[in-house]
Design a protein around this ligand. Structure first.
Ligand code: C2E
Ligand code: MG
Ligand code: MG
Ligand code: MG
Length: 278
């Protein structure tokens, strides 16, 4: 009976997996099409300095509009793009687009805004990464100090020497680095000192309940203290209500980003938003 049970379980899982694989293959094919037909675009979400209330940066976020007009969320297609290697060309497009957009914003008088670009670990490991990024910086004529790469904390999995060397070369380009989704991975604190990042980005999952319970404040408060101790700026993502912002201000968190301030926007809407705020 135990065997039968085990076999039954096995066939159940394999059926599920077959569906999953078919779904992934289908998504991958339509993603290839979407790239060819330029159905990918970027939206930009403002980042706010909590002390001054001023907009200090933007995060570029990738969007895919499917044939039915519906948006396919990045959490669904980016893992597939990473797995298939498509993320390399998509990621290069994102870097170029975001750099050109920052340069364009500078021409509109918003040169001071930092542009944060998400980069996945798969991209970082690719031998072409640095040259592609350097080319994007040069071709766009953007001021490199206005560009920030958001790299997830899980990057710490990479081999230490490779990572140290990589971060050094990125910093040598004059750009900034933020550790994204901070607090969710296994952060070896020694990395922080060695890697010389500029900013820690507290993951949204810690912000959700930050104003409701005392215990939920512990991790964000710790990250803010860590940032202060190491001389790193700290930004909170996913701030949706004023109470959360208030708690973060009290903690001494430098910056915040979230629906409370603005949703990610396409360029025309972003320009209106920026004009209305200044
Ligand atoms: P992330 O980099 O941690 O981005 C933050 C996510 O939180 C974004 O989701 C953003 O739209 C969402 N968000 C911002 N404020 C709020 C809020 O107040 N409430 C809630 N509920 N959500 C908020 P999005 O745009 O769906 O992106 C998901 C993830 O996909 C990103 O997480 C990032 O890891 C990845 N991603 C997005 N664009 C790119 C890209 O161009 N390249 C790479 N490699 N990854 C990207
Ligand atoms: Mg990010
Ligand atoms: Mg994040
Ligand atoms: Mg996140």
């Amino acid at each position: 009976r135990a065997k039968m049970g085990a076999r039954g379980e096995f066939s159940f899982y394999s059926r599920e997996m077959a569906v999953d694989i078919r779904e992934r293959v289908r998504l991958l094919q339509s993603l290839r099409h979407a790239i060819e037909r330029q159905r990918l675009f970027l939206v930009y979400q403002p980042q706010i300095n909590l002390r001054t209330g001023k907009t200090c940066g933007l995060e570029a976020l990738l969007r895919w509009r499917g044939d039915d007009g519906q948006l396919i969320p990045p959490d669904r297609f980016i893992p597939i793009a990473e797995h298939s290697g498509l993320i390399i060309s998509v990621g290069e497009w994102v870097m170029r687009m975001a750099c050109f957009q920052q340069a364009e914003l500078a021409r509109h008088g918003y040169g001071g805004l930092r542009m944060a670009i998400n980069v996945s670990v798969t991209q970082l490991r690719h031998p072409r990464f640095l040259s592609a990024f350097r080319t994007a910086l040069e071709d766009s004529g953007v001021n490199p100090s206005c560009i920030e790469l958001e790299i997830t904390e899980s990057v710490a999995m990479l081999e230490a020497d490779f990572l140290g060397h990589m971060f050094e070369q990125i910093k040598a380009l004059g750009v900034q680095i933020a550790l994204d989704d901070f607090g969710t991975g296994f952060s070896s604190l020694s990395y922080l000192q060695r890697l010389k990042v500029n900013r820690l980005k507290i993951d949204r999952s810690f912000i959700n309940e930050v104003s409701s319970t005392t215990s939920a404040k512990h991790i964000p408060a710790l990250v803010v203290q860590l940032g202060q101790t190491l001389g790193l700026a700290v930004i909170a993502e996913g701030v949706e209500v004023q109470e959360q912002a208030d708690v973060l201000v009290k903690m001494g968190c430098d910056e915040a980003q979230g629906y409370l301030f603005a949703r990610p926007m396409e360029v025309p809407q972003l320009l209106e938003w920026l004009a209305a705020r200044s």
